[in-house]
Structures are given as C-alpha cells and as structure tokens.
Design a protein around this ligand. Structure first.
Ligand code: NAI
Length: 341
C-alpha cells in the first residue's frame, strides 16, 4: 500500500504544486502547513507519522521530542542540507531521517555563477541605470573572469559543476576539500591545495561545503585576512559558514571587494516571506544590504522547475520506501559526515 499521512511544513504554493503532481504516483495524504516547524508549531503534526521540513525549519531535540511523543516516525527533509536536525536526538527517539541528497547541482551552481557575473559586471547597477535612462558607464567597470583564479571550497556535486562552468570561462581552479574528489583534478587547470593557499591565491572564492560543527564560521576575521585584497566572496551553501560581523569588517576595509550571498546565518527570521511592509530588526543584514558591492538573494539557488520536480519525486519516494520497509538509500545517520561522493 502506498499511503502515509505527511505533514509538510513551510509549504508555499510552489511546494504544494510540485508535491501534488509527484504524488499521483505515490498516493500519500499530504497535509500542508504554511508555518515553519518549531516548538510552537510541532503539535500540528499530532498523529501524523511523517513530517516533511525545509531548510529553515527547526528540528532541534525539543521539537523532535514533541514530534516523537505525538506519533512521528519519519523526518523526510525536502532538501540536501541537514544542519538544522538534531540527529543524535532523532536516533534516540526512533525517528528516521531521510533527505534529498541531490536534485539539481546545476540549479545551485548556475545561480552561483549568476552572482559572480552580477558582481563582476555590476549588472544590478546597470539594470537600474538603464531603466532610469542613465546610460553612463562610470562605476560599472568590471574585470575579465578569463585568467582569474577561482577557489572552490567543497568539491562535491555542486562545487564540481561550478568548477566546470568556471573552467569554461578560462579560470584557473584551486580546490579545498578534506575529502578530495578524484574527478576535480581532471578538470583542466584544477588542483587541490590546503585552505591557506586557496585563500591567499584566489581572486574569487566560492563556498560549496555543508555546514558542520567543524566548519562553522570557516570564513572569519583570521581567514579573511589571509585572502587577496579585493577578493570576491560567494556563499550559496549555508549562512553559518560566514561570520557576518567579520565579513562586514572585511567589506568596510575593502579586503573583501565583492560579496554575493544566497544564504545568511539569521535567514530563518527573514527569507521566504514578504516583509516589505515591516521594519527589519536585523541590523547586520540591513548594513550588508547597504554596501554597493554586495548582492543578496534569499536562498533561491535551488529554485528551478527541474529542482522542484526532482525534490518532490525523491521526497515522496523516500516516504514510500520507508512505508514499504525498503533500504533507505537517502537516510541520514547520526554519525554521518558529508564527504562521501
Ligand atoms: P556534496 O555532499 O556533494 O558536497 C559537499 C562537499 O563538501 C564534499 O565534497 C565534502 O567533502 C566537502 N566538505 C565537507 N566539509 C568541508 C569543509 N570543512 N571544507 C571544505 N569542504 C568540505 O554536497 P552538494 O550537493 O554539493 O551541496 C553542498 C551544499 O550546498 C549543501 O550542503 C547545502 O548546504 C548547500 N545547498 C544550498 C542550496 C541553495 O539553494 N542555496 C541548495 C542545495 C544545497
């Protein structure tokens, strides 16, 4: 039988559409909640065996405890990252955790390249100027990517696609990854180095590693000081990889010349909602937005039709596999460290 009740949190219209379309093959009962999952909302999933959270939902030990005592057995993440899940608590409470390890590395890698080009050619300024009949070029001076050195931190699925695209531009590639991927050095002009060498030599640095306790604030005052003055820093992975206050100091000192981010460490309180009629209380975020050399997108790198379809299909297959007692190829275990390709 293909039937499980599934509580879907942080559900937007596009989630409903993609999950309902994919569900025609699975026939689960999908119950959509617009609210985020947290300690105040976990009770909504009472007597629902499967809970389906997204990136900014909270699956802390407290939340998992509430879910487990109300009959939830499966946490089916509809994303790749699982830094928001207390995995040890899930194991102790008998909650199985599955995720969507890969849906479209192209979606995220291509968005990363879009941020690079946006900053490099100042397209955000050019777009507004032309709309305003201002055709002056002062302030729009860019630089060729051809011949630049691009540092890729994390050379898994997304980092690899990003590296291949940047190779197409004629960039030299430096990679850093504690679990090197043999495919990386097969890309022309790509080689692995230790992190300090990458920081010291890259003109563009892009982060593509998961957020783990070990690499929280990987980009901090000390590592920023090791970068080339005027470096372009891009983060489409997880906000917690960057110490925001150190990045702001780096921007003010012009040590960081360009910043492109799709993720922000306090994004859970901001992203995915229309807050245009409210006063944003996050001073660091407001300050970041004010710099002329910063481009921010609100965690949309994954957001392509192809990726949504693949996320929905894999999420529902994970749930069906669980219900059928099949081997769960996308299970996340408490001791897992993402580094296996
Ligand atoms: P992946 O698991 O294929 O690759 C991650 C790579 O990072 C692995 O090679 C791993 O060894 C490496 N790594 C682990 N710790 C590291 C460290 N301290 N320093 C450098 N490298 C390290 O994962 P994938 O699919 O490439 O995704 C990467 C990240 O992108 C995800 O963990 C997620 O946080 C983020 N992401 C962001 C999205 C968005 O919409 N902005 C969407 C999807 C993923």
């Amino acid at each position: 039988m293909f039937y499980m009740k599934v509580a879907i949190f942080s559900a937007k219209a596009y989630d409903r559409q993609s999950l309902e379309a994919a569900n025609s093959n699975h026939k689960h009962e999908l119950i959509f909640f617009e609210t985020q999952l947290n300690a105040r909302t976990a009770l909504l999933a009472k007597d629902i065996p499967v809970v389906c959270p997204f990136v900014n939902d909270e699956a802390s030990a407290e939340v998992l405890n509430m879910l487990a005592s109300n009959g939830t057995h499966l946490l089916a993440l509809r994303c790749a990252g699982f830094n928001n899940v207390a995995l040890q608590a899930a194991a102790e409470l008998g909650i199985t955790v599955v995720r969507v390890p890969a849906y479209s590395p192209y979606a995220v890698a291509e968005h990363t390249v879009a941020l690079v080009l946006m900053l490099n050619r100042k397209l955000y300024r050019a777009y507004n100027r032309v709309r305003d009949d201002n055709f002056a070029l002062e302030g729009l001076l860019g630089f060729d990517l051809h011949g630049c050195t691009v540092g890729v931190i994390g050379t898994g699925k997304i980092g690899m696609v990003f590296a291949q695209i940047m190779h197409g531009f004629g960039c030299n590639l430096l990679g850093y990854d504690p679990y090197p991927n043999p495919q990386f050095e097969t890309i022309g002009a790509a080689r692995y180095v230790e992190l300090p060498a990458l920081l010291a030599n890259a003109d563009v640095i892009s982060l593509h590693s998961p957020l783990t306790p070990e690499n929280h604030y990987l980009i901090n005052a000390e590592t920023i000081a090791q970068m080339k003055p005027g470096v372009m820093l891009i983060n489409t992975s997880r906000g917690g990889l960057l110490d925001t206050k150190a990045v702001i100091a780096g921007l003010k000192a012009s040590q960081i010349g360009y910043l492109g981010i799709d993720v922000y460490e306090q994004e859970a309180a901001l992203f995915a909602e229309d807050l245009s009629n409210t006063i944003i209380q996050d001073d660091d975020f407001q300050l970041l937005k004010s710099f002329p050399n910063v481009v921010i997108t609100a965690h949309q790198a994954f957001f392509t039709q192809n990726a949504l379809q693949a996320i929905a299909e894999t999420t529902l297959t994970n749930i069906t596999d669980f219900e059928q007692g099949r081997v769960l190829t996308n299970q996340v275990k408490a001791l897992e460290r993402v580094g296996i390709h």
